[in-house]
Structures are given as C-alpha cells and as structure tokens.
Design a protein around this ligand. Structure first.
Ligand code: IPM
Ligand code: MN
Length: 354
C-alpha cells in the first residue's frame, strides 16, 4: 500500500492559498510517481477568520496541528488587520509552541534565474542560512507603559539563552560539515556588548568541537554588504532571529526575488510537526490575479518531502523545478515572463512525472 503523510495546509492570506495550491499540484505529482499519498487538510486559519471569528486560529490549534506530520504554510498578513496581531496570532506561536528553533533558508541562484547582481551566475550564490527561530529579538518580551503620554516607555527585550544559542550553532556546524565546511556567524558584538558577546563565546565553544569546519565572525552590517558584493564567500550562515530575518530578504533578492525563496521551520529534536513556507509575504497587490511566483512554495514543498522521508521524491521535485526554470520557457511575471502561477506548477508537475 502507498505511504500516506498527513499535511496541515495553512494557505493563510493573500497569495498564500494560490502558491500552496500550486505547490500541492507538484507534490501530488511527485507522490503519484514515487508511491506515496498526501492526506492534506486545509484548516482555513487566516486574517479572514480573525475578522469573522475574532482569532486567527481556534484555541486548540496547537493540539490540532500536532496531529499532522507536517505543516505547509502560504503567507500571513492582511491590510485589514494589524501585522503584529496576525503574526502573533498564527505564525510566531506555531514556531514557538513546537519549538521549531531552526529556520533553514537556502539561498541558491538556480540556472535560468537572473540575479540582480552584475556578473553573478549559478555557482556564485550557494549558501544556506540558519536562522535562530525561537528566541532572541522575537522572544516577545517587553512592554509599554504610560501610553500616549509624554513620558511613554516601550521596551523590547532580546533574550538569548545558552541552550538556545548552543543548539542553533551546533546545527549550523553539523550542516556545514556536510557541505563546504564553512560557517559564518553573524552578530553585532561591537555594539551589543552583552548578548552578542555571549553568542560569540558560545560559537567559539561549539567551533572547538568541530575542528574540520572553518569559522568566521562577521558583523551584521558587513554581512549585509557582503551578501551583495561577495556572496560566494558564504556557505552556512548562522545568526539571531532578527538579523537573519533581514539578511534572508537580501538573500531572496540576490537569488532572483522574494518569489524564489523557501524555508523550513524545524525542531530537530523531533516529536512535533515541522512547518514549510515560502519566504515571501501575502502580496496583497497581486492577490487573486494568478500571477504569483510559486517557486518558493514548490521549493519549500520539496524540503517538506525530504523531511517526511521521501528523499528521492524531494530530489526529483527540485530537479524538475530547476529544469523548468533553466529552460526559461515558462516564466512568471516577476521573472519577466507571462506565465501564471498554475502554468509554472503544471510545467513542474509534468517534469516530475517525466
Ligand atoms: C519571515 C517573516 C516573518 C518573520 C514575519 C511575517 C513575522 O518576515 O518569515 O521572514 O519575521 O519571521
Ligand atoms: Mn522575513
């Protein structure tokens, strides 16, 4: 009998449902070729639900999600609801409650995709960003007092724990050992003299366990510049939640645009579902027009297959996506073509089934 994987679909807002539908077209094609079934349930949690029912997710959302093997998420964010409410109502609590402390973001320029960087081709951009995804600047600690008054105060406290830093840095070193053996740790320890100096010290301790992996420390401002001027110097890049949030948008830009970028939210300790999503947002300006680039969603879907133990299908999905992009015939609007979201998905699905 075919293997079955239970997938929670959270299309979410804007173009989210469109790119997730496109991704599912491809993943189902992979399933039919490699002999597994995706038992997918769209949960409908979104900003619309927030407007209609007062919350992004039901109270038992985490228990519901815990019953799935993986979560496939589109995008969250709507012009009708403040972003901090939608994100703290769905995306961020899922990452935190399942302790998905690794946010993995490959930044690779695929053949046939144009980077905005001059003279840069595939092979020049091939890094993987390891974003700390559970604490740091996203801990949610802080508060506001004396609202609206002249002496109003707001604090947003960055929280770094030894456990939190050690585990993400160790993940980065182990990943580098399977790649080109180089880790760049990104901080701002010249100005952030407490937390980032601590981060650097933990990195040195973990580095001592991995003598075969080369390490360098780069300040985040310099790293931002190097992503543009010398992207080839990066293999594995590890950093805090906010710094890597920002750097991975630069990463998406240099690999062809936001539509090309994928991510996985993982708890390597296991026992809880991982979550896979494109890096782009809900893009209200192009919602409902069928023109969104589903590449990031398809790529994230391939990462999900890999995570589900369908390594062969994952590799075939990536190969199909890369072949279609390299051929350059089916290109979405952001890549200078006229293909729709569905056109690209259909072409990749056809390439998967061969
Ligand atoms: C991302 C997004 C989110 C983040 C937002 C929507 C909260 O920008 O996944 O990169 O900052 O983590
Ligand atoms: Mn982001």
């Amino acid at each position: 009998m075919d293997r079955t994987h239970r997938i929670a679909l959270l299309g979410g807002d804007g173009i989210g449902p469109e790119v997730i539908a496109a991704g599912m077209t491809v993943l189902e094609a992979a399933g039919s070729r490699f002999g597994f079934r995706l038992d997918a349930t769209e949960l409908g949690w979104s900003s619309r639900r927030h407007l209609e029912e007062g919350a992004m997710m039901p109270p038992d959302a985490i228990q519901v999600l815990a019953g799935f093997d993986a979560i496939y998420l589109g995008a969250v964010g709507s012009p009708d609801v403040p972003d901090h409410e939608t994100l703290w109502g769905l995306l961020l609590p899922i990452r935190q409650r399942f302790d998905q402390y690794v946010n993995l973001r490959p930044v690779r320029l695929l053949e046939g995709v144009a980077s905005p960087l001059r003279g840069v081709g595939p092979g020049d951009i091939d890094m993987i960003c390891v974003r700390e995804n559970s604490e740091g600047e996203y801990s949610g600690v802080g508060g506001r007092v004396h609202r609206g008054m002249g002496h109003e105060v707001a604090t947003q406290v960055d929280v770094f724990t030894r456990k939190g830093v050690e585990r993400i840095v160790r993940y980065a070193f182990e990943l580098a050992a399977t790649r080109r053996g180089h880790v760049t740790s990104v901080t701002k320890s010249n100005a952030g003299r407490h937390a980032f100096v601590f981060w650097d010290e933990v990195v040195e301790e973990v580095a001592a366990e991995h003598p075969a992996v080369e390490l360098d420390h780069v300040l985040v401002d310099a790293a931002a510049a190097f992503f543009v001027t010398r992207p080839e110097r990066f293999d594995v890049v590890v950093g805090s939640n906010l710094f890597m949030d920002v750097l991975t948008d630069i990463g998406a830009a240099i690999q062809g645009g936001m539509g090309f970028s994928a991510s996985a939210n993982l708890n390597p300790d296991g026992g809880v579902p991982a979550m896979f999503e494109p890096v782009h947002g809900s893009a209200p300006d192009i919602t409902g027009r069928g023109v969104a680039n589903p590449t990031g969603a398809i790529w994230a879907g391939a990462m999900m297959l890999d995570h589900l133990g369908e390594g062969e299908a994952a590799a075939a999905t990536m190969a199909a996506l890369e072949a279609v992009l390299a051929a350059g015939v089916v290109r979405t609007r952001d890549a200078g073509g006229a293909a729709t979201t569905e056109d690209l998905a259909a072409a990749v699905a056809a390439a998967v089934t061969g």
